[in-house]
Design a protein around this ligand. Structure first.
Ligand SMILES: Nc1ncnc2c1ncn2[C@@H]1O[C@H](COP(=O)(O)OP(=O)(O)O)[C@@H](O)[C@H]1O
Ligand SMILES: [Mg+2]
Length: 245
């Protein structure tokens, strides 16, 4: 799946947040979007997913040659696009395993072999070092920040989208968990040939990741693009050196 974002402008309540973003993510490519808090990264991610509160005032979001800007979030998910929220919702009364199974059936448009599926749940739960029985609880209910993030990586592993946008998969994680999450994201992306866009404002997770392209977003615009060398430059100079360019 190829994603091509062209001159995208996005507003919330008539305030422009994303101010003309171009971004191209080809099949199976791994991209990172970095930027300070409030630069519009989450808004960009939500716009790609079709968040109903956002208004696309200009530009296009093209998936495999088709503009998806008018599709509902549900239809975009069925195309194979996945968004990990920066702040996942807690849903009372919806068992996590049930939720996973229903989501899987919805994206595969058919039956899922329950035994095989539970085997996969079990194996990824171990790989992600998910403990405390969260798999048996309601979705995100009482999950710690780190558990919510791991729960979303578990969804990523099981749902196998074609393109995934992960919004701060490192927030709320301790150092050991960051490593586990990063390594699993690398593995899932490679094995599934999944297009990945990882959003972060913090470079620690990037020391365990192997993105091909890095984009820096400041004040609603992509102000720099390049390879992982850009991460080193950011580490030394901070975001300030990119402001006003
Ligand atoms: N629901 C909202 N209503 C009003 N303003 C919002 C809303 N969500 C985000 N914003 C504003 O949009 C800007 C960008 O936010 P966001 O996309 O969350 O940035 P980032 O993810 O890069 O930290 C911020 O100034 C924020 O206050
Ligand atoms: Mg954000």
């Amino acid at each position: 799946m190829d994603l091509e974002i062209k001159n995208l402008h996005v507003s919330i309540d008539d305030k422009e947040i994303v101010k003309g973003v171009n971004l191209s993510v080809k099949h199976g490519e791994f991209h990172v979007v970095m930027g300070p808090n409030g630069s519009g990264k989450s808004t960009l991610a939500k716009a790609i997913m079709g968040h109903p509160r956002l208004k696309i005032t200009q530009g296009e979001i093209i998936v495999d040659g088709v503009n998806i800007a008018d599709l509902t979030a549900d239809k975009r998910a069925k195309l194979g696009i996945f968004l990990q929220f920066q702040n996942p919702l807690e849903i009372e009364g919806v068992g996590f395993v049930n939720f996973l199974h229903t989501s899987k059936r919805s994206v595969t448009k058919g039956d899922v072999d329950v035994n095989q599926f539970m085997g996969e749940v079990d194996s990824w739960t171990k790989k992600l070092k998910i403990t405390n029985g969260i798999v048996g609880r309601s979705l995100n209910q009482g999950f710690s920040g780190g558990e919510k993030k791991k729960a979303e990586i578990l969804q990523l592993a099981l749902l196998k989208p074609k393109l995934a946008i992960l919004d701060e998969p490192d927030s709320g994680l301790d150092i050991d968990a960051i490593k586990v999450v990063a390594e699993n994201i690398n593995e899932i992306g490679e094995k599934q040939e999944m297009g990945l866009v990882v959003i972060t404002h913090y470079n620690r997770i990037l020391s365990y990741m192997k993105p091909k392209f890095v984009h820096v977003m400041v004040d609603g615009k992509i102000v720099a693009e390049g390879s992982t060398e850009l991460i080193e430059k950011l580490e030394k100079e901070g975001y300030d050196s990119f402001v006003g360019k």
